[in-house]
Structures are given as C-alpha cells and as structure tokens.
Design a protein around this ligand. Structure first.
Ligand code: 13P
Length: 249
C-alpha cells in the first residue's frame, strides 16, 4: 500500500492561539501508511517546531525565495525555513501564481532553492475554469509540470499537488473522473520526465473535506491531499486523516 501524505496549508491564517489546533492534530494516533504535514504561516514555524518535537506531524512552509540570501525585502529563503524547522515547502501555489504573477520559470528556481536547502518541494499545478472549459486543462498542467521541473532533477524530494483553481475554496471539489484523469496524466508526465517506476506522490487539492476525503483517497494515482480551509481546525483535519484507507497487511 502506498503512503499517503495529508498536508494542511494554513495560508494566511493562524495566530499563536491556533498552535493548539496543531497540538491537537499531533496528539492523534496516525496510521503507519499516513504522513501528516502542516504548513503554517512562516512566523509560527519556530514555535510549532518546538511544540511538535517528538510528534509524527511534520512541518512545511508555503513559499520560498529563489535566492538563498540577499537584498529582497520581505522575502524568506529556503535555508531560513529549513533552520526554522520546515522539511517541506509549497511552491507555485495558484494563489501566488495569480496574485503575484509567478511564472513557471520563477517556480522552477524556487524548487531548486528548496532542494539546495534540503527541503521537499510540493509543486502545485492546476488549470483555471476557463482553461478547463476551453479543453486546455492537460496542456496547461503539462506545461506547468514541464517548465517548473528542472531538467537535471531527480524524483527525490518532490511532491506534485494537482489543485484545479476553480475547486480551491469554492466547496466544489473536482469529480472523481476529473481527478483520476488528471492524476493519470501527471503520473505519465512524471514517468516520462524521471523514468518509469519513480513513485512521486501526487496529491489532490481543492475543497477536500471530511465528507469527501475517503472517496478522493480511493481514486487511482491519488496519494493524499493538500488541504486548505479544512486543515485549520484539528477536528476537521483529523477527519480527513482518518479517511486514509487502512493499509493491507
Ligand atoms: P481549500 O481546501 O480551502 O479548497 O484550499 C485548497 C488549497 O489551496 C490548498 O493549497
């Protein structure tokens, strides 16, 4: 049975009071075939690292700068995140692609920065509703994957997250067919890029909740979820974690 990664992206939510939510998640017994990750705002990373020390929950960040240091006011580098306790970093989230016009080229440089710092990069890809409706979903997602993934990279320390833009924060998750189709496509693209047999985890993200998680996890080529809104409260997040299929002996 493949491992499942359940990653919570808190986005720009969470003050110190919310550390208790992460603590509650960490107190949960987590199945052996499941890895849980929380990506809080970067300022909470040091405290969360101390708080979750010894627990099964890992920590990640939501973005990094492509350079390791320099005159980049307001930015945070991958080595800073690693030193603050992150072992993962999300790159290329559609909210950053859309709000800050992040290009595939920039996202690729961020992936390289993440790897230099020893972090696992969670590369987000996904089409807008207009792109899907005009029949370009595969072309857009394929191009994002190809242009964001450095030529000389290996499959180590890489996670792909398919997050259709129209499903994020809308309560309207992609259908089982849509998810199966795009994950199958990404599996093929990854195998073309890295060679067959490389087991890159492919997460689905976009309105994953406690009541649709089990169905989503049963779809072929889905290796977990990148969860936004439903990761903010431990009770909701734990329901999703508990939806991971039980490993067969
Ligand atoms: P929601 O789960 O709130 O739809 O957000 C998904 C997401 O963008 C995770 O990165």
């Amino acid at each position: 049975m493949a491992e499942y990664l359940i990653a919570g992206n808190w986005k720009m939510n969470g003050l110190r009071a919310e550390l208790a939510e992460a603590e509650r998640t960490a107190a949960e017994e987590i199945a052996d075939n499941c890895r849980v990750l929380i990506c809080p705002p970067a300022v909470l990373l040091p405290q969360m690292t101390a708080l979750l020390d010894g627990s099964m929950v890992r920590l990640g960040a939501q973005d990094c700068h492509p350079e390791d240091s320099g005159a980049f006011t307001g930015d945070i580098s991958a080595p800073m995140l690693a030193e603050s306790g992150a072992s993962y970093v999300i790159v290329g989230h559609s909210e950053r692609r859309l709000s800050y016009r992040e290009s595939n080229n920039l996202v690729r440089r961020k992936m390289q920065a993440a790897w230099r710092a020893g972090l696992t990069a969670i590369l987000c890809v996904g089409e807008t509703e207009t792109e899907r409706n005009s029949g370009h979903a595969h072309a857009v997602v394929g191009q994002q994957f190809a242009e964001c993934t450095p030529e000389d990279s290996t499959a180590d320390k890489l996670v792909i997250a398919y997050e259709p833009v129209w499903a994020i924060g809308t309560g309207r998750s992609a259908s089982g067919e849509e998810i199966a189709d795009m994950h199958g496509f990404l599996r093929e693209e990854a195998s073309r890029h890295f060679g067959p047999g490389q087991e890159i985890p492919i997460l689905y993200g976009g309105s994953v909740k406690g009541d649709n998680a089990a169905e989503i996890f049963s779809i072929a080529d889905v290796n977990g979820a990148l969860v936004g809104g439903a990761s903010l409260r431990a009770a909701d997040f734990i329901r999703i974690i508990r939806s991971v299929p039980v490993a067969q002996a």
